[in-house]
Design a binder for this molecule. Structure first.
Ligand code: PLP
Length: 242
């Protein structure tokens, strides 16, 4: 696939369209205005695209590879631009140090070993970091905790006081890659249901975020309770993985 980095004009247009559709989906489902944040996923797109989006009023960004995120967002910071970065891709232990330096939130927490490393690295720099726990809810996606049981072991670990530098705020998932809307909806509904259960089990955490929905399925996700939609292609254009 050829790489198409959208121009600033196109990014502006797309952000307006998407924000409009987000608001429509919010009111259609009877939810509160402003209850869904748009996270612009800038992976594989250049620094300039990020800067363009910031100038169009975009604040929240997602990246899935730490090295790439670091290259871009350290420059964003040096230029004095204000934004918030979330790491959304599966995270290797040796990347955690740099991840916690640049990000406000790790959305892809999927194992206790990773939780321990995030705690360790945050303690070193005396930083508290927001985390979301990623849950596997679709047939095809492999990332995330594989069951509610596994997730609970991790939450028990945090609840036991092992992670003073982590602020658990919710859950993340990826819907299966399919055209079957019922499977997609099911995946989002599963995350919401588990989130409701975890709120009851762990009243000490304020689980308020559900990060779910991408370019092709964010309106369904909003209908199912999403509070963060992670959108890349629809804002920045196709990615060139080659
Ligand atoms: C790339 C990515 C997205 C954005 O996907 P688009 O289809 O381009 O909107 C969202 N979430 C995660 C975890 C991703 O890796």
């Amino acid at each position: 696939m050829d790489k198409v980095d959208n121009s600033k004009e196109v990014i502006k247009q797309q952000l307006e369209i998407i924000n409009g559709r987000i608001n429509d989906a919010i009111s259609k489902s009877g939810r509160k205005a402003g209850s869904v944040k748009l996270e612009a996923v800038s992976k594989f797109h250049p620094l300039q695209s990020v800067l363009d989006a910031i100038e169009c009023g975009q604040f929240l960004f997602g990246e899935n590879r730490v090295q790439e995120a670091r290259e871009k967002f350290s420059q964003v910071n040096e230029l004095g631009k204000k934004c918030e970065l979330h790491i959304i891709g599966s995270l290797q232990r040796n990347k955690v140090k740099h991840a916690v330096e640049i990000a406000e939130c790790i959305e892809s927490v999927d194992r206790i070993e990773l939780i321990e490393e995030i705690e360790k690295q945050c303690a070193k720099i005396n930083k508290k970091i927001t985390v979301l726990f990623e849950l596997h809810t679709g047939e095809e996606s492999k990332s995330g905790f594989q069951s509610a049981d596994e997730l609970q072991k991790a939450l028990d670990f945090c609840a036991a006081g092992n992670t003073p530098h982590l602020i658990p705020t919710g859950f993340m998932t990826m819907a299966p890659f399919t055209k079957d809307e019922s499977l997609i909806r099911n995946s989002f509904a599963t995350l919401r249901k588990i989130s409701e259960q975890m709120k009851v089990h762990y009243p000490q955490f304020s689980f308020s975020e559900l990060s779910m929905g991408m370019s092709c399925d964010y309106e369904i996700a909003i209908e199912e309770g999403s509070t963060i939609v992670r959108i890349g292609t629809a804002i920045f254009g196709e990615r060139d993985y080659s």
